[in-house]
Ligand binder design. Structure first.
Ligand SMILES: NC(=O)c1ccc[n+]([C@@H]2O[C@H](COP(=O)([O-])OP(=O)(O)OC[C@H]3O[C@@H](n4cnc5c(N)ncnc54)[C@H](O)[C@@H]3O)[C@@H](O)[C@H]2O)c1
Ligand SMILES: O=C(O)C(=O)C[C@@H](O)[C@H](O)[C@H](O)COP(=O)(O)O
Ligand SMILES: [Zn+2]
Length: 364
């Protein structure tokens, strides 16, 4: 099992990545202070729950824990206040107290929603992230928990760090291929913002990684988590550098919101957003056109989209981008990349180059 530590000012916690890690959950819970007299609520979704929740409940019950289960319907469109309230109801009915612990078993939707339940339930209880999607190597780390609003992504949320992250890579065997591809968007993002050598490594291994070969897959997850950990450890609440983790998200989040959270996976939207941010980087921070070529080739090598359909009007996307959480005084704000492996936050980007990029993203 590989381990990384997220070191923050007031707390620190481990990320465990390995195969067969759920068997070790009772020991890990004990190690992190969760004694058997503390009630546990396992929160999952209707795809992941039937696959893994029973096994985890059995492991924990055999170790003496009382464990409830709350399932949300799978899908980004359910990362909302209605499901949040329903899970809170399940926690109340099962008798969770301030000493109880929530276990978030699933992809980023479950992690974000269950994490927000944990942040809010009786003003906050501990939670553990059990990521089951590749994308969740990103979402399970860093403590951003939230639900969506019809007007934009993650507008209702908190910073609430997990007690630990336990990633059992065996679960990825049941992840649909579309979601495997989606997850790579955030892995590639971690390389593109931080580490050119990680990008080269990914370029050389697209085939093995898409085929979920265990060794390179664990390495990719580990290196992605390393980048995320390094950034979050410097800036837990996004006062500065953490914003670079939003590379590709200004356009990506706008696309998700205008399409009602039903058309794109998060990774697909972020991939189109990264292609857009790379193009904008040429116009705004003097990046070389070769950066766009390399970025798009990398995304395409992982079967990710780099263009969008005409369906999404520029006006709607621009309006959504004006509401982006990085915006401070009404100015378009983007994470841009002067060169591969480096990014910077740019405020006050003019509207014209953004419009040009949106047009380019529509071209075949
Ligand atoms: N908090 C953060 O820092 C952060 C970072 C990145 C993304 N996010 C959020 O994460 C969400 C996207 O996460 P996601 O891509 O994991 O989406 P998701 O949770 O919807 O999972 C994708 C699909 O795969 C299914 N699934 C997950 N694991 C499975 C498994 N092992 N076997 C079979 N099916 C499985 C899910 O049921 C779902 O249908 C978005 O809401 C995004 O905003 C948050
Ligand atoms: O952890 C972060 O910080 C990120 O920006 C990671 C993103 O991949 C993730 O999608 C995050 O949820 C976006 O945060 P938001 O504050 O823009 O909603
Ligand atoms: Zn993201």
């Amino acid at each position: 099992m590989k381990t990384l530590t997220v070191s923050l000012e007031r707390t620190s916690y481990p990320i465990y990545i390995g195969s067969g890690t759920y068997q070790q959950l009772p020991a890990l819970l004990k190690k992190h202070g969760v004694s058997r007299d503390r009630t546990i609520m396992l929160v999952s979704d209707t795809h992941v729950g039937p696959l893994y929740a029973g096994k985890i409940q059995e492991i924990l019950q055999q170790a003496g824990y009382r464990v409830g289960l709350s399932l949300i319907p799978a899908g980004e469109e359910n990362k909302n206040l209605k499901e949040f309230e329903r899970v809170i109801g399940d926690c109340l009915r099962f008798g969770l107290t301030r000493r109880s612990v929530i276990l978030a078993l699933g992809g980023g939707v479950v992690g974000d929603l269950a994490g927000f339940v944990a942040a809010s339930y009786m003003r906050g209880i501990p939670f553990v992230q059990l990521p089951t999607s590749l994308l969740a190597h990103d979402s399970s780390v860093g403590g951003k928990v939230a639900v969506n609003h019809p007007l934009g992504k993650n507008y209702i949320g908190a910073f609430h760090q997990p007690l630990m992250v336990v990633f059992d890579v065996d679960t990825l065997k049941t992840l649909p291929q579309k979601e495997v591809v989606s997850g790579f968007a955030e892995v590639l993002k971690h390389g593109l913002i931080w580490d050119e050598s990680f990008v080269s490594w990914l370029e050389d291994r697209a085939g093995e990684l898409l085929g979920l070969e265990t060794e390179p897959l664990i390495e990719a997850i580990y290196r992605g988590c390393q980048v995320k950990t390094a950034v979050v450890s410097q800036d837990e609440r996004e006062a500065g550098i953490r914003a670079i983790l939003n590379y590709g998200h200004t356009i990506g989040h706008a696309l998700e919101a205008v399409s009602g959270y039903r058309t794109f996976t998060h990774g697909e939207a972020v991939a189109i957003g990264i292609a857009g941010a790379a193009r904008l980087s040429v116009k705004v921070v003097g990046a070389s056109p070769a950066l766009v070529e390399r970025t798009e080739a990398l995304l395409q090598a992982f079967s990710l989209p780099v263009r969008m359909e005409t369906t999404w009007p520029a006006e709607d996307l621009l309006e959504a981008m004006k509401r982006d959480k990085k915006v401070q005084s009404g100015e378009y704000t983007f994470v841009l990349s002067p060169q591969i492996g480096r990014v910077e936050l740019v405020r006050g980007v003019a509207e014209e180059p953004i419009r040009e990029v949106l047009k380019e993203l529509r071209r075949a």
